[in-house]
Write a protein that binds this ligand. Structure first.
Ligand code: ADP
Length: 701
């Protein structure tokens, strides 16, 4: 059992690692968060640009298609022979309404000489039956040699519809575009037009794109300078910025993302306003013929991406904070429990050291072995007792110094501690390294775990050599002293007897009384010395049982005679009932006589005046039972277990009878047991006692 002396488990590398990992996690979290935020930012920009790009593309497409429609329309008009019905049919057939939902306006305005204006109008009224044509007039009225009135109109806008008959030459803005268109045979666009100028109160603004119409269908095959002579009018379309976006999906997309669009004309005047405010901005320049429009897109950062993507950085941040908190909590608890463990370890080590010091220091030999008896620990005393060094004992079994008892002993011993798992206690003989045999008292305990499994054995061995030696000296001393005392006591006894019997002359009554007292005291002294001698004989093993065939009935009767007189004098009754069938048996007569004498004298002594003492002897199976019953003072319950101890005297007995040695019962029991019998008693304080003993029926030696 090596006590590991590591009272301080260093916080060292694991603590540092934990702290470093926490820092790394924090830095990692910051990185992840900024990465996610940045990529969401990028995605947002890309998405915004996509919306802007798509819008731009759709606007370009729309413009392009509008111009194409104008070319188609001029081809149609050039064929001649059209009326309002065919005009409408044509435009319907090219699906104008579907392609430009809510934004279409197409018109044809022929060039009419002023002097033919009347016939032009009356011709219309003849040809066209509808109400609007019956009210057809050219307006506003001017005196220019040529007018260019709107003859056909196909529009989704009722305001524009009321411009049927409008003479476009009355608008300088339109005349400039007209001239440019006719001069180069190109689609030309006007500057910003305010409808309010023609229709008071109307706030609409927009542009007209116009394209000259010639009486030749294949006009493109003619050189440009020749085309003028075939010029017959203009086809035109009305353009306003919102209209350019009226492709349903585009508007919806813009609205969904809350992207507002402001369109500025060539002079940077806003012509359509829809600014909702926002922090994303993109500008696109879109050419509409020779006119430059600026489209300004403003978007709101949070509206571009879907809710989930937008909240991704915050979700990430929340997640990272939770992970960080959890990690911090884990690290803290690890560090705390490490500290706790360190504390416990320090305490445990201290305890263990104290324990080890204590075990090392005890005056008994302590051995710990595994379940097979292999030694795992021995204390310092083991070296002193056995003479072997610790290193020699560890890994070996206690046979090293044992093996002096017979085989049977060790078999029983192992069965008890290993199989029955019970502690063993006993005296054994062992052998020191120097070959000397020694007696030892051994106490071996099997140590079990909670489930009853055998873990190891702890053995405590006490070397009895010294104790036995002291005991021997003591016994020898008592024996010697008793012998020395007995001689003068015997002398005193005989001289006393002679004085009393008058061998040395008559004594006067007072002298006689004094000598008798001396004689009695001397008798007591002799009894004590005899008892002491017997005890010392027993302890030195010198008590010898010398069995002789004995008539027990006679023996008892003689003892009874000895005591009856004394009992009678003290006013106590002594009776005996002895079984007639009791055979002669082999016993040490002198010693058994002493047992009867002891027990009967006790019964007489510890009974008050008027007490009754009955002796009963009977044969039972293969032993003879003797019971000596009295109705005396009894023995107090709590003192009963010490009754057969050497020098025991009960507290109640001490009060009434100071004269006693406390050796009688000890001797009696020893004698009975060495004769092969047993001794016991029952007693109740104040009521009486019954001492009993058995003797084997031994009729042959
Ligand atoms: P002793 O009689 O000399 O004291 P014993 O060994 O004979 O020594 O008896 C021991 C003690 O046991 C007595 O002192 C007494 O207290 C108690 N004892 C023995 N016999 C009786 C008895 N019959 N009744 C009561 N106490 C008894």
């Amino acid at each position: 059992m090596e006590v590991v002396d590591k009272t301080k488990i260093k916080g060292g590398p694991i603590g540092v690692l934990l702290i470093l990992s926490t820092i790394a996690l924090l830095l990692g979290s910051v990185f992840v968060w900024s990465y996610v935020s940045r990529s969401v930012d990028d995605q947002r920009k890309i998405e915004f640009q996509r919306v802007v790009g798509m819008t731009e593309e759709r606007v370009q497409d729309t413009l392009h298609m509008l111009v194409e429609r104008l070319y188609d329309l001029r081809g149609f008009v050039s064929t001649g022979g059209i009326n309002s019905e065919r005009w409408i049919n044509y435009l319907t057939s090219i699906e104008v309404e579907d392609r430009y939902p809510g934004m279409y306006t197409f018109a044809y305005a022929p060039v009419v000489e002023r002097n033919k204006l009347e016939s032009f109008i009356s011709k219309i009224k003849n040809e066209e039956k509808s109400k609007e044509y019956q009210e057809y007039s050219v307006f506003p009225e001017t005196q220019t040699p040529e007018v260019v009135p709107v003859r056909y109109l196909y529009t989704s806008d009722p305001d524009i519809g009321s411009l049927l008959g409008y003479d476009i030459t009355t608008s300088e803005n339109q005349v400039i575009a007209l001239k440019k268109a006719v001069a180069d045979d190109v689609p030309a666009i006007t500057n910003l037009l305010h409808i309010g100028l023609v229709l008071p109160g109307n706030t609409k603004t927009g542009y007209v794109i116009m394209l000259p119409v010639y009486s030749k269908i294949d006009i493109v095959n003619y050189p440009k300078e020749e085309r003028r002579q075939y010029f017959m009018g203009l086809v035109g379309t009305w353009v306003f910025p919102q209209g350019l976006l009226s492709h349903v999906d585009i508007e919806e997309e813009l609205m969904a993302k809350e992207v507002s669009l402001t369109v500025f004309d060539g002079e940077d005047k806003p012509i359509s306003l829809g600014n909702n405010g926002g922090d994303l901005r993109a500008v696109r320049e879109i050419n509409l013929l020779d006119k430059k429009f600026r489209f300004e897109f403003i978007g709101k950062r949070q509206k571009i991406l879907d809710q989930f993507t937008e909240s991704l950085p915050w979700l990430t941040l929340g997640g990272l904070i939770i992970i960080n908190l959890m990690w911090t909590a884990t690290v803290t608890s690890i560090l705390l429990s490490r500290r706790e463990a360190e504390k416990l370890a320090v305490e445990a080590t201290k305890d263990l050291r104290k324990f080890k010091q204590a075990v090392e220091g005890v005056s008994d030999m302590v051995t710990i072995t595994d379940e097979n008896g292999v030694i795992t620990y021995v204390n310092g005393m083991a070296e002193k007792i056995t003479g072997y060094k610790k290193e020699m004992m560890l890994g070996k079994t206690p046979r090293l110094w044992g093996r002096q008892m017979d085989e049977e002993f060790y078999k029983n011993f192992w069965k008890r501690i290993k199989e029955d798992k019970k502690p063993f206690w006993g005296e054994v003989i062992n052998k020191r390294r120097n070959g000397e045999l020694y007696e030892a008292e051994v106490n071996i305990s099997p140590i079990l775990d909670d489930s009853g499994k055998l873990l190891f054995f702890v053995s405590i061995e006490r070397d009895l050599t010294k104790a036995k030696a002291i005991e021997k000296i003591k016994t020898e001393f008592i024996s010697l002293a008793s012998h020395q005392l007995r001689t003068p006591l015997s002398a005193m006894k005989w001289f006393g007897k002679m004085l009393i019997s008058g061998d040395a002359g008559d004594l006067n009554p007072m002298q006689k009384e004094y000598v008798e007292k001396i004689y009695e005291s001397n008798e007591r002294e002799i009894r004590l010395v005899n008892s002491l001698l017997n005890v010392s004989k027993i302890e030195s093993g010198k008590i010898l049982v010398e069995p002789r065939l004995t008539d027990l009935t006679r023996l008892i009767s003689s003892v009874m005679t000895d005591f009856r007189l004394e009992a009678g004098e003290l006013g106590k009754k002594l009776t005996a009932v002895i079984d007639k069938k009791i055979p002669k048996i082999y016993i040490d007569e002198d010693q058994i006589r002493q047992v009867y004498a002891n027990l009967i004298s006790n019964a007489v002594r510890y009974t008050k005046k008027g007490g009754v003492i009955s002796v009963k002897v009977y044969l039972s199976k293969n032993f003879i039972m003797t019971e000596i019953k009295d109705n005396g003072i009894g023995i107090p319950k709590r003192e009963q277990k010490r009754v057969f101890d050497k020098f025991f005297r009960a507290s109640n007995a001490l009060k009434i009878e100071t004269d006693g040695t406390g050796l009688g019962l000890f001797l009696s029991k020893t004698i009975v047991e060495s004769s092969g019998g047993k001794m016991g008693f029952r007693s109740s304080e104040g009521k009486g006692s019954t001492f009993w003993f058995t003797l084997p029926v031994k009729t042959k030696n």
